[in-house]
Design a binder for this molecule. Structure first.
Ligand SMILES: Nc1ncnc2c1ncn2[C@@H]1O[C@H](COP(=O)(O)OP(=O)(O)O)[C@@H](O)[C@H]1O
Length: 271
């Protein structure tokens, strides 16, 4: 029962230097029913403030405002998901049967790793990236800035500063569909892995369906409320921000895994 009442809802960043395929790959997943938040569209829709940097030919976003708006959005879809999960009595097995049943939101943007603590970085060989960005009509300066950033792992290094788990998919010799397949394989395995960690935390804290039922009519409420309630009873809560489970396993990290087609076994993510 506990898994029905408390499915962890994962938010995963799909990040990478511009031109590495984030938009195309996420659109492919979206067409199959996965939940995707495209940050560029989200910024426009929610009127997130930004300033134009003419010299670098880009917009500088107010990250605090973006973070707040994304957090509100996550809360909303997490609540919708929990209600659905409860009313349809979804089980752990169901989560993998349809993308709509999987409690995962993918945030797609070169800024996404500032908003999540799990990230997947798409990588592309700088020569290939250069061609793609030229085709996009970027100025020589902007092409070089991005190609250099890809060469020296700028996004990857940022991920290590901001995220507790980091995965790379080398896409240079993959098609968009193949990259999307790698990503799907990874997020399903990652979800199972996080689920096990989450359950072990629940067990440690003696959070059972009976305990929860005693506290809530519906069984649908934010995990922070539950953790708070058990903390009042003397339970130890690993907390540093809003991701309690994340902090619990923080000592294992940072972890970096690279996707090698045909060789990865995502079922053993933590090893
Ligand atoms: N794996 C790939 N193979 C071939 N072309 C790709 C691949 N990934 C992306 N592209 C092409 O590169 C360009 C940039 O892709 P896009 O998804 O817009 O990147 P991003 O969102 O990371 O900036 C597009 O024209 C896209 O079709």
């Amino acid at each position: 029962m506990t898994d029905i009442l408390f499915p962890p809802f994962l938010t995963i960043a799909l990040t990478g230097t511009p031109g590495t395929g984030k938009t195309e790959v996420s659109k492919k997943l979206e067409s199959e029913g996965y939940r995707i938040l495209h940050v560029t569209e989200f910024i426009k829709k929610n009127n997130i403030p930004s300033e134009r940097d003419e010299e670098r030919d880009c917009d500088v976003i107010d990250m605090d405002a973006l973070e707040e708006a994304v957090f509100d959005y996550q809360q909303q879809i997490r609540k919708e998901y929990n209600q659905r999960c409860f009313s349809e009595e979804l089980t752990r097995q169901d989560f993998h049967k349809s993308p709509a049943h999987l409690p995962v939101l993918i945030i797609e943007s070169h800024l996404a790793h500032y908003l999540c603590d799990l990230s997947v970085v798409l990588r592309t060989h700088p020569y290939t990236l250069k061609d793609r960005l030229n085709e996009r009509g970027y100025s020589d300066k902007k092409v070089m800035e991005n190609v250099l950033a890809e060469s020296i792992d700028v996004v990857l290094c940022d991920c290590f500063d901001y995220c507790r788990r980091v995965y790379e998919i080398e896409t240079t010799n993959l098609t968009i569909d193949e990259t999307a397949d790698c990503l799907k394989e990874l997020i399903h395995a990652l979800y199972d892995d996080e689920f096990d960690i989450y359950n072990s935390l629940m067990e440690k804290m003696n959070v059972t369906a009976e305990n929860i039922a005693a506290q809530s009519q519906s069984g649908c409420f934010p995990i922070s409320d539950v953790l708070g309630a058990f903390e009042d009873d003397g339970a130890v809560v690993y907390e540093d921000g809003d991701d309690d489970v994340g902090d619990y396993i923080e000592e294992q990290n940072p972890i970096l895994m690279k996707y090698v087609p045909g060789q990865n076994d995502w079922s053993e993510l933590t090893e």
